[in-house]
Structures are given as C-alpha cells and as structure tokens.
Write a protein of this length. Structure first.
Length: 291
C-alpha cells in the first residue's frame, strides 16, 4: 500500500459493527490499483453518535464515507443534500464531501440490481418476498419496483415498518404489495414468488449459527434465494436453499457493486470491479483459515 501523507484523501465506513467489514480491503485495493492517494478506514459509530460523526466528516475533511447498520436511515436529517433516489428510498449508504457540503446517495439499490442481473436473474415481471424493512430492504424493494417487479411481499419483526415501506412503494410505483410479521406463514407467501431476499442481519457473523428465518421445507425450486449477508459466504439460509434445490446468491455481489458505485462517485473513475471482488473473496479465505 502506498504511504499515507498529508495529502492523502481519507474515506471511511461508519456503522456498528464494522470490525469484520470487508469494505476497507475492497476500497483500498481499488485505490491502489488506480494509483490514487487515498485510504479507506472503518469507524465504529453507534446510532446515538450519528450527528457528531457527520460533523466529524466536515471537521476532519473526510472525502467521503459509507454507512451501514444502523445508520442508513438515521443519517438523513444531518446531510446538506440527498439525491432523489436516496430520498425516495429513505436511506443513504454513501456520502460525498464536496468542500464541506455533504451529499447523500444510495448505491445499494443499483448495486443489488447489478448483482442479481450478473447472476442471470431479470426481476421484470417477477414476484419477490423481502425479509426486513430497514435501509437495505428499502433499497432492494425500490430497486425491484423500478426494474418492473410484478409485486413485493415485505415481512418484518415490526409490521408497522413493513407497512410504511409498502405505502411508500405504492405511492411511488403503484406496485402491488403485502406485508406481515416474520412469524407469518412465509411459505404461503413464497408460493407465487421467484425471488426471496433476506435483508435482515439474521445469520450474520458473529451470530452465524442462529436459526435461519426459513428452512428447506418452506422453499421451492423456482426461487432465487438472495442473502445480503456476505460474512459468512454461505449462511444457514443459503444452506437451506441449496438443500431445497434453489438457486442462491450471497451478498458479495451487492457488496462489491455498491462499493464500486460509491468509488465512482468519490473519484470520478471507473471502479476495478473484478479486482474488488477478488480482494473480498481472498480476505474471506484468509479469515476462514485464521479462524
């Protein structure tokens, strides 16, 4: 890695947890590959510190940051400008610092679409079931609606949050939606669906041994099961999907594509997507061997 100097632009990740994030290795690989004098660092930021953290972006002249759980929705009131799609989604995962003016974007939505399309799945005319109603679920839902999905069912531990998301989708796209609690009959909802997306943290490291939200008996072979979690690479939900004969996809693709789009917003340069994915997978292999 190139030496850090006074001229080095600093980017970062705000969230809780961030200790095991692969965004730093991915973004630093991209900076190095293009010979950019930049560095990307993880910062542990809890939800009650978001206002101070945003002020720190200005005070420390950070060039830009990504946001992860639980900050994507909570950051909105503290930004100077929000792109239309991010405002519609109600979640920001990327901030660009333009001379002290903080501009918020959502690269999760186009990143998710890029990942499923790379896997050969076209969401147009398809029905989807989304587990979760937070920032990632909102990005996925609006991305699918924009891409022409036929309908979306949203299930969340708090059904009120799912209902708000459904109302927002209907207002923007007049999309048929249904909602329910995660204790609902998910198998019935999945009967007419071609896509299942887990946008909850259930199954994420270090709680990767937790029981999955669905088992193989509730799944069917016509589904693409997509878990937005990338650590571990194969969650217990994806193990159940494989056992049920489903196509399945982990969160690496979305991680890489949303990161690539953030990189392009920050630098104005085309991101080395293949190298970024290679860096993520190599880091995962190293972590598995060391662990």
């Amino acid at each position: 890695m190139m030496g850090i100097k006074g001229s080095t632009k600093v980017y970062g990740l705000f969230g809780d947890p961030v200790k095991h994030s692969l965004s730093p290795v991915m973004q630093n690989t991209a900076f190095q590959a293009l010979g950019l004098d930049c560095v990307y660092l993880p910062f542990l930021v809890q939800s009650n510190d978001i206002a101070n953290a945003v002020q720190a972006v200005r005070a420390l002249h950070l060039a830009g940051v990504n946001l992860t759980i639980p900050l994507k929705e909570r950051v909105l009131p503290y930004l100077d400008e929000i792109e239309k799609e991010a405002e519609l989604i109600g979640a920001v995962n990327t901030i660009v610092n333009r001379n002290g003016r903080l501009c918020g974007y959502n690269t999760d939505a186009p990143g998710f679409l890029a990942s499923i399309r790379a896997a050969g799945f076209n969401p147009s005319g398809k029905n989807a079931v989304i587990l979760g109603a937070g920032g990632a679920a909102r990005a996925v839902s609006f991305a699918l609606a924009k891409a022409g999905a036929a309908g979306i069912n949203i299930f969340n531990r708090g059904v009120e949050k799912a209902e708000r998301l459904a109302q927002d989708l209907n207002a923007a796209y007049r999309l048929p939606t249904a909602t329910g609690d995660l204790s609902s009959d998910l198998a019935a909802a999945l009967e007419g669906a071609e896509l299942l997306v887990n946008a909850t943290p259930v199954g994420m490291y270090p709680n990767h041994t937790s029981a999955p939200l669905l088992t193989r008996n509730q799944l069917h072979q016509g589904l693409l099961v997509c878990d937005l979690i990338y650590n571990p690479l194969q969650t217990r939900l994806l193990e159940e999907a494989e056992a049920a004969g489903c196509r399945f996809l982990n969160g690496v693709g979305m991680l890489v594509w949303q990161g690539a789009l953030a990189f392009q917003l920050w630098t104005g340069r085309k991101a080395p997507v293949a190298l970024m994915e290679e860096a993520v997978l190599k880091a995962m292999e190293t972590e598995d061997r060391d662990g």
